[in-house]
Design a binder for this molecule. Structure first.
Ligand code: MCN
Ligand code: CUN
Length: 795
């Protein structure tokens, strides 16, 4: 159900119209629905071999010895590679995206269950897996660090004894905001609430797991690497820096990708091992992980233990928020985020509220768990920030005995305050929160729901209504502030209009299911008037696309989308000069209408883009300084990030006997500025809402005391199906970004960011009759039942 309503904000109404032909069907879908997508595992090269990884069964152990004799004797095995072999090549360790190093294959120690220990290359996948069992590894078990709260205890086992000077499990301390100012506001406040809020470890679990096909040609020294990556150009540059293969001799191809969700940003040992395998054997090598390998070793998400505090007046004015966070980064600090932001964009935990002060401090620690941390549609940890503040606002509402909708409305940043500078240094580009909130409340029938709830409560039934209002910061980022390992976060687009007026756009970003082949064609269509079906979008091949940092943090539209619009405008200006030459007039005498330049005051005389393209490539005498094509290239460095927002309402019923939560309704109103393709936006929102329900109710990567991963298969790591989610009710408002060339903000992660607090707030609201004020995710039946008995959520 889509309920579109024009917002009260008059500035927005003119732009409240999808661009570039709007709700068109996805250009990529014909190949997907016919089973003709081409994924990494579909790549088959002549003479290709298959790799498999032996993984540690232990969370923390000394590697005493590895005997590969028997595996090497297997008739189908071509190579067995260990950490010792890689040490000889200076490849046993690889730099991470966070200035740490990660073992490609373990050498002296293993540091998490599932860590890479050896790599076998064989004729086929089955032989490679069989041979893993022939490798004899002797481990000497060490005590593991599993509980992040104990990781910094004196005497805790030191996980990273490979690092010089590292005598404990501490990685970093980072803070934002003004501590003294915040403390002063808290000290004088009438009301202070505080709560420990845990965002547990979860996993993006994309449908396609990670994998690579490496093809190193020893004759011309060229490496072709098919990879499940969200960032082909960044990977190529890093491969060149680390492996010493010159950059122009590396081609990274990221074909169709079956979901990324941040899982495919980092460089995993498996990718590097496929390359080493190909160099060693002289043949192409394919490595594809299985589901358990994906869940146990690749980038997890969240794992933040947050102490949240809010200071307010008795009548509900929120004055300040403050938080201390313990961030579990696993055994290697391999999070992917801009260099200056070790906790990502968590400092936007001030939310959508006008505050007097705010302060956060984040301490990152090592534990014996898989590395990662920035993934799963997190907008660089805005997920954690939004969950914290939206949970805490509900805690405050309970303390003040105030309606949580009323409390939010009273504290919103007001429209005239934008651009709004918050207390931790962000400048929110635009926003108009109240109409969005009111629309969500209207769609939900909020007052009626509260009446129904009161009635049910009087009968002893448990119904809960949960709200959340979020503001994200997406579109990293201005390159003077943001880089990843020294690469500035700008992105490129190249537009070529062929002689017959059809066009191609080449992007530096890489779709994993977001529909870029459709929406980026629509941006060009809007700017040049060429229909989207006449525009091809090329992405995911470093030999064919301009440099850029890739798709994550919902940055494709904010950054590459800007590049496409600006490249199109360059083409348009060039077309004007050529049209003027063709019409024997001056460029300033021409006027533009979609797809055509015509003579001012004489609309019948003009040239279409197709005619101009033929002119440009033909024999028309071109004006001075104009070369014979209709092409343009732009690398777009955004002046600021974009700040999409939204209001969500969730209604749950909780079974008193079993603790089972049923999500009955979910209303989501999003504002992502100018909307390109409403259908694709809805798809993004639906997916993110399902993610949120999953995390709130069932998804969880837990560990036992020995550090065994308890979420290593879909039997244990539960993701929601159509059975667990309601029929989504979506709506929207439109508040364009003032600095983005087409006014668009990102949408790809909004719903994953905004929905978990709405679901948990609903569950806690349902449990209010039991005096419950907070419970931690996932709200499984057992945990909800415990909460009803007055017992806290187990760690
Ligand atoms: N869009 C639009 N109008 C806007 C904003 C966006 O029509 N105002 C369209 C875009 O043009 C694009 C899609 O919506 O087709 C998402 O755009 P954007 O918000 O720019 O996000 P990205 O394209 O950069 O995608 C990344 C984002 C992230 S970081 C994760 S994680 C996530 C997500 O996208 N992973 C996904 N959505 C996913 N959807 C699918 N199917 N698969 C994933 O792996
Ligand atoms: Cu944080 S997951 Mo997305 O940015 O690729």
């Amino acid at each position: 159900t889509e309920l579109a309503e024009r917002p009260a904000n008059p500035a927005a109404t003119a732009a409240d119209r999808p661009i570039g032909f709007g709700r068109i069907q996805r250009k990529e879908d014909p190949r997907f629905v016919r089973g003709r997508g081409r994924y990494v595992d579909d790549i088959v090269l002549p003479g290709m071999l298959h790799g498999a990884i032996l993984r540690s069964p232990m969370a923390h152990a000394r590697l005493v010895s590895i005997d590969t004799t028997e595996a090497l004797a297997h008739p189908k095995v071509h190579a067995v590679i260990t950490g010792r072999d890689l040490e000889g090549l200076n490849l046993a360790w690889a730099p991470t995206l966070s200035a740490d190093v990660q073992a490609v294959l373990a050498t002296a120690k293993v540091r998490f269950q599932g860590q890479e220990v050896a790599f076998v290359v064989a004729d086929d996948r089955y032989a490679a897996r069989d041979a893993l069992e022939l490798i004899d590894v002797e481990y000497e078990e060490l005590p593991p660090v599993v509980d992040v709260r104990r990781a910094l205890d004196p005497g805790a086992p030191v996980i990273r004894d490979d690092k010089e000077g590292q005598t404990d499990n501490h990685i970093f301390d980072w803070e934002a905001g003004d501590r003294a100012e915040t403390d002063a506001v808290f000290a004088a406040a009438e009301v202070v609430v505080s709560e420990e809020v845990v965002y547990p470890r979860v996993h993006p679990a994309p449908m396609e797991t990670c994998g690579a096909v490496a093809d190193y040609d020893p004759v011309d020294g060229k490496l072709t690497l098919y990879e499940t990556t969200q960032a082909p150009h960044a990977h190529r540059t890093l491969f060149a820096m680390v492996a010493g293969i010159p950059e122009h001799k590396i081609r990274v191809i990221s074909p169709d990708i079956g979901g990324g969700f941040g899982n495919k940003v980092g460089i995993y040992p498996g990718y590097i091992l496929a390359v080493v395998g190909s160099i060693v054997t002289g043949r192409p090598v394919k490595w594809m992980e299985d589901r358990s390998e994906n869940l146990m070793s690749t980038s997890f998400a969240r794992d933040y233990v947050m102490r949240g505090e809010v200071a307010a007046t008795r009548d509900g004015k929120i004055l300040a928020v403050r938080t201390q966070v313990l961030a579990d980064h696993g055994a290697f600090n391999a999070t992917a985020q801009p260099t200056k932001y070790p906790a990502g964009f968590f400092s936007i935990f001030t939310g959508s509220y006008d505050l007097q002060a705010a302060h956060c401090s984040v301490t990152g620690v090592y534990t014996n768990k898989a590395p990662g941390g920035v993934a799963y549609a997190c907008s660089f940890r805005v997920t954690e920030a939004v969950y914290l503040v939206e949970r805490m606002v509900d805690v405050l509402a309970a303390e003040l005995e105030m309606d949580p909708a009323e409390l939010r409305l009273r504290n919103f940043i007001r429209p005239e305050q934008f651009p709004y500078k918050n207390k931790t240094g962000w400048e929110y580009d635009s926003g108009d929160y109240e109409p969005t909130m009111q629309l969500a409340l209207r769609m939900a029938g909020y007052e009626e729901l509260r009446r129904e709830q009161a009635e049910k409560r009087s009968r002893g039934e448990l119904m809960g209504i949960g709200l959340s209002f979020f503001t994200e910061t997406v579109g990293a980022g201005p390159r003077k502030h943001m880089d990843i390992v020294g690469l500035g976060m700008a992105d490129g687009a190249e537009v070529r209009v062929h002689p017959t007026g059809k066009a191609v756009v080449r992007l530096s970003v890489q779709s994993q299911g977001q529909g870029h082949e459709t929406t980026f064609a629509q941006i060009l269509a809007e700017e040049l008037g060429i229909p989207p079906e006449d525009i091809d979008v090329v992405h995911g091949d470093t030999d064919q696309t301009p440099f850029g940092l890739g798709t994550y943090g919902s940055r494709s539209t904010p950054v590459s989308g800007g590049a496409v619009a600006l490249a199109a405008r360059k083409v348009k200006e060039k077309a004007r000069a050529i049209a003027a030459a063709m019409l024997e007039t001056r460029p300033e005498d021409l006027e533009w209408e979609k797809g055509r330049w015509y003579v001012k005051g004489d609309p019948g005389v003009g040239k279409t883009i197709a005619e101009i393209a033929l002119g440009a490539h033909g024999t028309v005498e071109l004006p001075e300084g104009i070369d014979g094509n209709l092409d343009a290239e732009v690398t777009y460095d955004p002046p600021n990030l974009t700040f999409p927002f939204g209001a969500y309402v969730c209604v749950v019923d909780v079974d008193r006997g079993t603790g089972k939560v049923h999500v009955r309704r979910f209303v989501a109103v999003d504002d992502c500025g100018t909307r390109i393709n409403p259908m694709i936006i809805e798809g993004q929102v639906h997916g993110g809402l399902a993610d949120g329900v999953g995390m709130a109710l069932m998804e969880f990567i837990g560990f036992d005391e020995q550090g065994n991963n308890l979420g290593g298969s879909f039997m244990d790591y539960l993701i929601p199906t159509a059975m667990e989610v309601p029929d989504w009710e979506t709506g929207h408002t439109v508040t364009p970004s003032p600095h983005h060339p087409i006014g668009a903000k990102g949408i790809g992660e909004s719903a994953t960011v905004g929905s978990p607090p709405a679901v948990v707030n609903a569950v806690v609201d349902a449990l209010a009759p039991f005096g419950v004020r907070h419970m931690d995710m996932p709200c499984t039946p057992a945990r909800v039942w415990e909460a009803m008995q007055g017992r806290p959520t187990p760690p």
